[in-house]
Design a protein around this ligand. Structure first.
Ligand code: AMP
Length: 500
């Protein structure tokens, strides 16, 4: 059997290939036939380059339907897809290109000059451009070259354990590592999610996430492909565009920031969500306030799930059954999740399953360090199971603060601060301290117009928690630094306040 992931999707395409696959915000329509033919042409172009199987195709382009076709063409052709965040600049790109030595690089036309220099220096043979504006002959060299190729392509045979993609981790500490995901990893995960989220053929996905990250590519885009379902495709998240398309959609996937932004729009209400079946959140913790406010405003309970580049999705709240705020639900079928080295029930989250990656690209020692002797991957997250088997994430083990020999979990303190009057949100970090090793510090974003005082907050916290957990200092800021996926960048806070 051909385990190439594309053949799985192909087996799920609707009978009528003229049916709509993607609809864009500019009312452009792409059929399933367009996807077949478009990906075949690009795959034929790649085949004409005579690249060895398993060659990497590194891609840094803006989001577009063609970018999604490029991804599918790459796996069809038996090559390894390597998506890169569009925010990366020259030093970062130099690292990725050097580390992955891709045979092909695809970039935006405006970056062609400097990327070509980096790529050729690292031995890359081919650099193409893809222009998301897709204006005729300005669509870039990839599509203009692909145009001359045949619109049929026999998807290359792959075994389940052969590589489909490399996802570089966000690298908030140390260098970014390339997580190697096989065709089998991705296929098993999307099949499990398809069941767990009770996907229906008539579901319509509203896609607003970036395509260079696991959430937008291997959860959202894969899900609609697996369902043979229509996607309304937005090139970026924009509240107004989301509100415009929600009435025709049934499933929306977002990072918590998207939900906060939707709620801040007074036009967002239950009537707009009348056709919706499911709102899914992940990639960063969803505040319980957002969870509750969403129910009040729309009548919908956001379904929170948990996963990461190395493992794809691991746990999910149920579609039928209670979705619990502050939890990421239960392990997905076939995925084993355990909490080890627990103190008071809180410990290291470790996982095993057919979805867990094959290791870090060219880092065998790092890979070995991250697996236990009995084959579990150490996620680096810290959490606890409740009596009903729902998992809560307390933080990253690297964010754990050890103050005066005591373990302090930032999430616990953040949850209490977030509940205080006048507080919008907070981040708790550890900073070097002569006496305690690390001192607990809180960074707080006040609500508009709220006057908060450090002494008062500290006083209040002292009444609710052990002294060693109470922040020694509090800083007030207008906003917390976040990456594109909405994760708070605590390394930046540590740097900023470590020097003050
Ligand atoms: P990435 O590989 O960029 O998707 O990052 C994965 C990390 O995001 C995980 O290890 C978690 O720390 C965090 N994460 C993902 N989903 C959630 C969630 N629902 N709640 C809290 N943290 C999450």
């Amino acid at each position: 059997m051909n385990a190439n992931l594309y053949t799985l999707f192909q087996s799920r395409f609707p009978q009528d290939l003229d049916a709509c696959w993607l609809e864009t915000d500019e009312a452009q329509y792409y059929s399933w036939g367009d996807l077949e033919r478009g990906s075949a042409k690009i795959a034929n172009l790649f085949a004409s380059l005579n690249l060895p199987q398993g060659s990497r195709v590194a891609v840094q382009v803006e989001k577009s339907p063609e970018a999604l076709m490029l991804y599918l063409a790459t796996i069809r052709a038996g090559l390894v897809y390597l998506p890169l965040n569009t925010a990366y600049r020259a030093t970062e790109m130099d690292y990725f290109i050097n580390n992955a030595s891709p045979a092909v690089v695809v970039c935006s036309p405006q970056n062609f000059g400097w990327i070509t220099q980096l790529a050729f220096k690292s031995g890359t043979g081919h650099v193409f451009t893809l222009d998301e504006t897709r204006q005729g002959k300005n669509s870039g060299s990839l599509l203009s070259r692909a145009l001359h190729h045949a619109e049929q392509f026999e998807t290359v045979h792959k075994n389940a354990d052969e590589l489909a993609a490399i996802l570089y981790t966000s690298g908030t500490t140390g260098r970014s590592k390339g997580a190697m995901l096989s065709h089998g990893n991705l296929a098993s995960n999307i099949q499990v999610l398809h069941e767990a989220w009770q996907w229906r053929a008539d579901d319509v996905l509203l896609h607003a996430l970036p395509l260079f990250h696991i959430h937008g590519l291997f959860v959202a885009a894969h899900m609609a492909l697996m369902g043979g379902s229509k996607t309304i495709f937005l090139t970026k998240f924009d509240s107004a565009a989301v509100l415009r398309h929600l009435p025709q959609s049934s499933v929306f996937m977002g990072v918590p920031t998207y939900y906060v932004r939707l709620l801040s729009d007074p036009a967002f209400d239950a009537a707009i969500c009348a056709n919706m079946r499911l709102f899914i959140s992940g990639s960063a913790p969803l505040l319980t306030d957002t969870f509750s406010e969403f129910i009040e405003r729309t009548g919908h309970t956001i379904l929170e799930r948990y996963g990461m580049s190395e493992t794809a999705m691991l746990t999910s709240n149920p579609v039928t059954g209670a979705r619990k705020a502050g939890t990421v639900g239960m392990p997905l079928p076939g995925v084993s999740v355990r909490v080890l080295n627990a103190v008071d029930g809180i410990g290291d989250i470790q996982v095993q399953g057919p979805n867990v990656f094959a290791g870090y690209w060219q880092m065998p020692e790092k890979t070995a360090e991250e697996f236990t002797v009995d084959g579990y991957f150490k996620t680096g997250d810290v959490g606890r199971f409740d009596v009903e088997g729902y998992l809560s994430i307390v933080g990253r083990s690297k964010d754990l603060i050890i103050s005066g020999g005591y373990n302090v979990y930032p999430k616990e303190i953040e949850s209490i601060i977030d509940e205080m009057k006048g507080v919008m949100e907070s981040a708790v970090i550890g900073l070097p301290h002569a006496d305690f090793g690390e001192a607990v510090i809180a960074v707080i974003v006040p609500q508009a117009g709220a006057a908060l005082a450090q002494s008062q907050i500290i006083q209040q916290l002292k009444t609710t928690m052990a002294n060693f957990k109470v922040p020694k200092r509090i800083f007030f800021v207008d906003a917390l630094p976040r990456n594109t996926m909405g994760k708070v960048q605590k390394n930046i806070l540590r740097q900023q306040f470590g020097e003050s």
